[in-house]
Design a protein around this ligand. Structure first.
Ligand code: HAM
Length: 425
């Protein structure tokens, strides 16, 4: 161990677990690619103001959780706490919305940073795969995104997750509801901070986990009873499309989410095996965000799924992903001459698409064979001076233990044939 360890609230992704993370990212992005989403990558940091305006001045994310810094040039930057504001900023900057092909569909994958109190499933550096569909107001688009997330979780074998669904209304009906909620909340017995929240962001109070607060919220006005006709009909269409696609959901009138930009459809995927940090993904419609960051009206919808929590959900359900073996062939040279010959062979195998590794460091046969077994390779190729003099190598099947001499110049073809005859698991 060195003098240093990973900073609090972070952890390193190392083999073999890291391959599960890669597989989860792949599983989430595959349905997106099939649905016309293009890959976007934005910087790890942005102007603080982008998140303050986009995510919301009064959210925990902006007031308490951002990693901010002032550059030597005086710019106020923040490590990105989420992806939506950045993706929208980038799309507007590149004028993607003006290319005439709406919605602009984008997906992304990366690291995000929030200065939160670390616990299982909650980290200061975490990983998301996200998707945003910009510039179109259509309940089918909301449904598409939810179905794609649902299918991604299913493709990983997950079963014990639930989809919570709500509508937060729009700029017509939300202010009326907000005022009604505020009136109700002002009459309650709440602490100083919650009272402040009632004035700035009353919907967040519905999300307060404390029992003393929850008890008083019985009978609170609910957004769903205040939706305007347009929002009601929009939400009904999303629900119908989900049902037709076989995606079960629970209506959750208290689901408000921790970011301020949402309008209409909001949703969260929760997993029942994760304890308090149960949200494995979430998202919704954000029809006003573009204008909030200085852009044109651009109604949009999206989600982000947490990779770390999805991996924890897999563990909770005891799911072992079938990951392809890293190494098909492990080459073991006996002696200096064999080392040169086998090293060339390794390069050739790799160039022919066979995953191959080599016993580096002049190991003896016993140790080298141990490495071969540990690598998970299907075959070991062993050769000494005598084999090479005869123009052969020994090809050992590490599963069956069978070994046979194969002509050096036929090895690549033989290995490829035998691998394709019985693909290793
Ligand atoms: P979010 O709900 O803040 O939404 O984050 C999405 C997911 O990221 C969460 O459900 C969770 O799985 C994961 N996550 C968030 N914070 C942490 C953490 N501290 N540690 C581990 N995992 C975490 C957003 O970020 C929105 N940008 C989603 C969106 C996209 N809405 C519209 N488009």
């Amino acid at each position: 161990m060195s003098t240093f360890s990973a900073p609090k609230g972070t952890y390193d992704l190392i083999p073999p677990d890291s391959s599960v993370f890669l597989a989860v990212r792949e599983a989430i992005s595959t349905p997106l690619k099939r649905a016309g989403y293009g890959y976007i990558e934005t910087p790890g940091f942005e102007a603080v103001e982008l998140f303050a305006r986009g995510v919301g001045e009064s959210t925990d994310i902006v007031t308490k959780e951002m990693y901010t810094l002032t550059t030597k040039g005086g710019d106020e930057l923040a490590l990105r706490p989420e992806g939506t504001a950045s993706v929208l900023r980038a799309a507007l900057e590149a004028n993607l919305h003006k290319l005439g092909n709406l919605p602009v569909k984008l997906w992304y994958s990366g690291s995000y940073y929030r200065y939160e109190r670390p616990q299982k499933g909650r980290y200061r550096h975490f990983s998301q795969v996200g998707a945003e569909a910009l510039g179109t107001e259509d309940p089918a688009l909301d449904a598409e995104l939810i179905i794609l997330a649902f299918d991604a979780y299913r493709s990983l074998g997950l079963r014990n997750f639930r989809l919570l669904l709500n509508s937060l209304g729009d700029k017509e009906c939300r202010p009326v509801y907000r005022a009604a909620l505020q009136e109700f909340l002002r009459a309650l017995d709440l602490d100083e901070e919650t009272r402040r929240r009632v004035e700035i962001n009353p919907l967040r109070v519905l999300d307060d986990k404390r029992e003393a607060v929850q008890k008083q919220l019985v009978g609170a006005p609910m957004m769903r009873d205040h939706l305007c006709e347009a929002c009601k009909s929009y939400h009904e269409q999303v629900r119908e499309l989900l049902t037709a696609a076989g995606v079960a959901f629970e209506d959750d009138p208290k689901l408000v989410r921790g970011l301020d930009y949402y309008t209409r459809t909001t949703f969260e995927f929760v997993h029942d095996g994760l304890g308090s940090q149960s949200a494995v993904g979430g998202g919704g419609r954000y029809d006003g965000l573009s204008e909030m960051i200085g852009g044109p009206a651009l109604p949009s919808v999206g989600w982000a799924l947490g990779v770390d929590r999805t991996v924890l959900a897999l563990k909770a359900e005891g799911i072992e992903l079938e990951l392809p073996a890293h190494t098909d062939v492990f080459a073991v040279p006996l002696g200096e001459e064999a080392r040169r010959a086998l090293f060339s062979l390794v390069t050739e195998l790799r160039r022919q698409g066979v995953a191959t590794d080599f016993a580096y460091g002049g190991k003896g046969l016993k140790n080298a064979m141990k490495s071969a077994n540990r690598s998970g390779a299907r075959f070991a190729v062993v050769a000494g001076e005598r084999d090479l003099a005869e123009g052969t190598v020994q090809l050992k099947d590490l599963e069956s233990g069978e070994q046979s001499a194969v002509a050096l110049d036929a090895l690549v073809d033989t290995v490829r044939e035998r691998l394709s005859d019985s693909p290793s698991t």
